[in-house]
Design a protein around this ligand. Sequence first.
Ligand code: NAG
Ligand code: NAG
Ligand code: NAG
Length: 377
Amino acid sequence: MRFSLLSLLIFPASSASLSPPPTLTKLSLYDFPSARCLDGSPGAYYVAPSLSDSRKFVFSLQGGGECTGLEDCKDRTKGDLGSSDHLASTMDISGQRFLSQDEDENPFWFDATHVRVMYCSGDLFSGNGSINEDIGVFFSGAKIIDAVVKEVSKDWEGGEVVLWTGESAGGIGAMMSVDRVAKSLSNSTVVAAPVAGFYWPTLSEYHGEGASEIDYPFFPEDWVEMAKTWSSVLPSNKCARAVDVPETCLTAHINTPFVESDIFFVESQTDSVQLSLHNGIGDEPDGSVPTQTDYVLEWTANMTSFIKSHLSTGEGGGRRVGTFNPSCYTHTSFSADKPLIDGRHYAQAFYQWYFNGDAEAMQDTCDEGVFHCNPTC
Ligand SMILES: *[C@@H]1O[C@H](CO)[C@@H](O)[C@H](O)[C@H]1NC(C)=O
Ligand SMILES: *[C@@H]1O[C@H](CO)[C@@H](O)[C@H](O)[C@H]1NC(C)=O
Ligand SMILES: *[C@@H]1O[C@H](CO)[C@@H](O)[C@H](O)[C@H]1NC(C)=O
């Protein structure tokens, strides 16, 4: 790398190597007795301090699927997705979305304090802190979130800006918790940006040629069952009252109309994990199986129009909803390199939306009968 004094002067702290490595904090079970991983160990998070003493904070909830039955959840206690016992004392978290310390990769948020909330509760961050006595497993995702926020924000003076994000399971969890968190940080500004967290209760499964077994069905009755297993905290009473199956309020498409915070959905139109794990489309679609193609086109059209139905400029004082919604077969792979829409990556799109009010332009439109048409995927 060429040495340049000028760039050092202008960007004194933009080199990540100058900052200490993000370190692990385990929550105190004395202060937060119900903020536990599945196995009873304390919930945990990594913090990379701000490079510039900014009052910006990014909280990123780690993803990693969910456990859907007691056996499945018991199994999870053996690994990092169910226990904090074996987490390393430092971890490079900068590769995760919105946690880069490079300004081009992460405009505005690059010099925030970056908090990576580890996912060890199996419950999409929804559990209310109950223990299942039969198997001795805790479901405390919501309690872990509340504890981390309380601890990180304890010295805040007000006026902080907070990006509330997470990918996949963490994106789902970010949506169900954003208003609760915003309320607890009422002197600060909170905006949600779930990545690959836009889900809805499954409407139809793929049964055609090449279909795969669905290990994690997401029909409304499955959400009822999961919420019961996890003792889930539902995101809003208004939502629970307004829909036929209150537990489906755990999904973003159902809870979004009731969320009061600003939201930016970073979501692929052809979400590969939703299509394969939850809808059974089998191998990556390549257009060679007509029934699969038809299903993917219909599902993709639903994804696109469901997101579109929520977009809002916030006129009249309401909250704003925007999106970066490329036509790509991917789940959480959003980086500064790709995918791009109109030459912008997801974090630049967020910046445009948040500070300049763009929204509609960030959804790809494909020709009739074509899916994943974005050339940069
Ligand atoms: C917000 O600020 C006011 C005035 O400084 C203070 O009284 C209040 O406790 C703060 N609220 C929170 C949730 O920190
Ligand atoms: C959690 O939810 C369960 C089941 O809905 C309920 O019985 C229990 O009282 C709740 N516990 C807490 C700590 O809120
Ligand atoms: C798309 O949405 C419609 C209307 O809600 C629904 O009937 C249909 O089953 C959905 N298709 C897929 C593939 O999910």
